[in-house]
Design a binder for this molecule. Structure first.
Ligand code: KG4
Length: 338
């Protein structure tokens, strides 16, 4: 039995959730997207300032929704990394302050573990399991042989897939974040532009997105210079086929090689309709289950942090109040936070 308050502030969402023995009592998310939209991407300094302004309000709102007092809680959980350092610090300081004042254990949670465990709101995990972690800051294939057992079997060597979507959207004149506008435009287009499949496609589970991003930017700029028409929907479709195709190929190959029982999608890009549809198709008749997170759980939130925290609470994975944030924390090191 555990009542946990979980804080997430790693990027542009200030979020607080409260769970009671696995039941979600409150899940408050304050998104900064409308502010960062103007700049075409997240402005780290503004993001941390807004977390400072919003964190207390989110905490109060979560307590009120859950009808819970700080004294009733069993633990305070917080995203310790990866993420933007200034943003992580705000959530961490809030969590440490609460843990200190109310004498509660402090649980440090890995952001990507949160994205993975968001899937527990949609179904029960069966191991071995392959997690396809695709977000604005990360692109990883993670093998789990059991709960809280994370092994990275492939990762991006440069840009993350979500970052690539956002940059391509910007050059095509679409708003930030660019994932959804590209996803929508791609449905209306044809794959008519020839874009290179990155080197990493061939023989490993690693990814590479910077070459694909540069190719789209160069192609768009060349077409503009020549005064030729840019067929936005076709460009979006051509880009998406390559960007998501790489994930589909590697994930299905890894699922077979590691003989997994389940594949789970995680992170912001798991909202992508083509990825969801195609992964379902590829895994049909393979005997491998697919869990797709509900859309509300693909963006950053506290509920996903609370899910991991419940398991860490059972194992008494608690941090001292000297805990610092780690913007580059590896998921395989999630128990190391000295
Ligand atoms: O998980 P998230 O908030 O990022 C990190 O925590 O790092 O994911 C945000 C990313 C953005 O890059 C956004 O463009 C992308 O997820 N995204 C999508 C879609 N919806 C959001 N990418 C592709 N297709 C979508 N439908």
């Amino acid at each position: 039995m555990s009542k946990i308050l979980a804080i997430e502030s790693s990027c542009d969402e200030t979020a607080v959730a409260i769970t009671d023995d696995g039941k979600l009592l409150a899940n408050v998310v304050s998104s900064q997207v409308p502010v960062h939209e103007k700049y075409g991407g997240v402005m780290p300094e503004i993001a941390s300032r807004l977390h400072c302004e919003n964190i207390a309000v989110c905490l109060e709102e979560a307590l009120s929704q859950a009808n819970v007092k700080y004294e009733d809680l069993d633990a305070i959980a917080v995203t310790r990394g990866p993420g933007l350092i200034g943003c992580l610090h705000v959530g961490l300081q809030a969590a440490k302050t609460l843990a200190m004042i109310y004498h509660k254990p402090l649980i440090p949670v890995h952001h990507l573990a949160g994205h993975i465990y968001a899937n527990e709101y949609a179904g029960e995990f069966r191991f071995p399991l392959l997690c396809v972690v695709v977000s604005g800051g990360n692109t990883e294939l993670v093998l789990m042989k059991d709960h809280l057992d994370f092994e990275i079997i492939g990762e991006t060597k440069d840009d993350a897939v979500g970052e690539c979507y956002d940059k391509v959207a910007r050059v095509l004149g679409m708003p930030y974040p660019g994932g959804l506008p590209i996803d929508r435009a791609a449905k209306l287009g044809e794959h008519t532009y020839d874009l290179p499949t990155p080197w990493a496609h061939k023989d490993s589970y690693d990814f590479s997105y910077s070459g694909l991003k540069t190719s789209v930017i160069n192609l768009v700029n060349t077409l503009k210079m020549k005064g030729e028409e840019i067929r936005i929907n076709d460009m979006a479709r051509s880009f998406q086929d390559v960007a998501i195709g790489m994930i589909l190929d590697k994930a299905t190959k890894a699922a077979e090689e590691y003989d997994v029982k389940q594949v789970v999608l995680a992170g912001g890009v798991s909202a992508n309709s083509y990825l969801r549809e195609q992964m379902q198709k590829r895994l049909a008749n393979t005997g491998i289950d697919l869990i797709i997170p509900p859309l509300w759980c693909t963006t950053d939130n506290g509920a996903m942090i609370a899910k991991v925290a419940e398991r860490l609470y059972e194992e008494k994975v608690f941090a001292p109040l000297t805990l610092g944030a780690d913007p580059n924390w590896k998921i395989s090191d999630f128990r190391k936070f000295d």
